[in-house]
Design a binder for this molecule. Sequence first.
Ligand SMILES: Nc1ncnc2c1ncn2[C@@H]1O[C@H](COP(=O)(O)OP(=O)(O)O)[C@@H](O)[C@H]1O
Ligand SMILES: [Mg+2]
Length: 369
Amino acid sequence: MCAGPAAELGITLSVFAEAEDASAALVVPSSPVGDHTVAEAVHAFAQHCDVVTFDHEHVPAHVLDLLVAEGVELHPRPAALRFAQDKLAMRERLTELGIPCPRWTRADDAAEVTAFGDAVGWPVVAKTPRGGYDGKGVRLAASADDLADWLERAEAEGTGLLLEERVPFVRELAVLVARSPSGQAAAWPVVETVQTDGICTEVLAPAPELDDDLAADAVHAALRLAGELDVTGVLAVEMFEVVDAGGPAFRVNELAMRPHNSGHWSMDGAVTGQFEQHLRAVLDLPLGSPRPHERWTVMANVLGGDYPDLYPTYRHVMARDPEAKVHMYGKGVRPGRKIGHVNISGDDLADLRERAAHAADYIQGVVTE
Ligand SMILES: Nc1ncnc2c1ncn2[C@@H]1O[C@H](COP(=O)(O)OP(=O)(O)O)[C@@H](O)[C@H]1O
Ligand SMILES: [Mg+2]
């Protein structure tokens, strides 16, 4: 999705792809295939780039370290990226910075799980520190027994588990900001994200009826984090909205340092979309305006369903709603996998939600008219 904005700006992209038919490789002519866990292979690729950035968080530290040692211009840099790769490192740093988080601990054995659950209340939320996405690597535990398999693996690998109190949130929010190596930063409005079974299904931009002070605090925290962690490129800060004694407040859930699902609405709903902004940021170009074009933009994710061939659905979706903007990722269809999204902007939020959901459901094949 960076390919469109890159072409418009005359920026040449090259993708280090995991496979010849990887989505990005299908749209970027220069896409050598290789293994992102092999330092020499990534370095051989990076030598031909002015700037290297990422579309996922899973490039291992030893690969990143080699690139930095060889003078490759990496954004975000490994020292920042760590906090998006490792949820325990992230919790520690946020706590040091005084940013509100769920109560948390690291647990290495069943006794530590029991002690934490007894202290904060059951069930607790357990997370594998690395490699999770879309709720994979997140589990509710009513007792230490529920985590026996994870504890065994965590012990074997010496990684530990992240335990958190189960936050009684009102809803989930996200703040997306971009920051350049020169330190310029820009924030899009706070959005509401709706997850179903741990997967984000809908984003409302901006978050409806959000308290003004909470919105300002949330944006301030995200910008401060971007600065403190020296993030370059796009940073997504996922949050829970809660009700404290003093009124509405937030707890930070997790960080992503790349364009993020919570920012897909901006591709059509803001003056500068997140993919263009990420390119501008990592190239240290002046940032574009994050201002929304319209009162509301609703994004609905298209998840994989039973039908592998999606193209026949376009005729109905496009005819029914000429305002709908359809973005498909060229990924193989697997049930529950995020394979595309639909954006619609306008004034009537309830109507936009209904239309975006209908278009996404129709492409997925769960509604047929
Ligand atoms: N401490 C928590 N309390 C309540 N719900 C949580 C907590 N942590 C995660 N969740 C729920 O699980 C979802 C996925 O968790 P997250 O840490 O964001 O993992 P992932 O890397 O899979 O996105 C969150 O969006 C939220 O709905
Ligand atoms: Mg998440």
